[in-house]
Design a protein. Sequence first.
Length: 139
Amino acid sequence: MTTIKLNSYYPHLTERITMEVSDEIAVTLSIGGRLCDSYKRRKREHGECSLDGTPGFEADVTYPPMTPEEIMEQAEDQAALYAALDRLPPVQARRVYARFILGRSVGQIARAENVEERNVRETINKGLRGLKKYFDFSR
């Protein structure tokens, strides 16, 4: 027979209760406790969410919904960015767009356009300087 503290397995209990149980039950409770702790640790480390929740629950937890003001600000910022890109020469605009909006690397852009990476970097830097001038003037 083994003596266990029930508070370890039932945290909602307010008073300290000990009980004698058979060895098989003590081992089963111990294994269950370890499995529960392991699950909680894995859930905490990997940010797991239950799939039993409402559809879209994970997105709501991960990214809280934007306020109407945030949505309008984002739309205005995006419109200003595209207006600024339109003022750049076409090659600069295309390369800056590919690099920062589409997330392509300089090497990928260079291979797609069949040019050297150095030329792509220079063009992107010139485009960024042009965007900076545009945004400095507009504020």
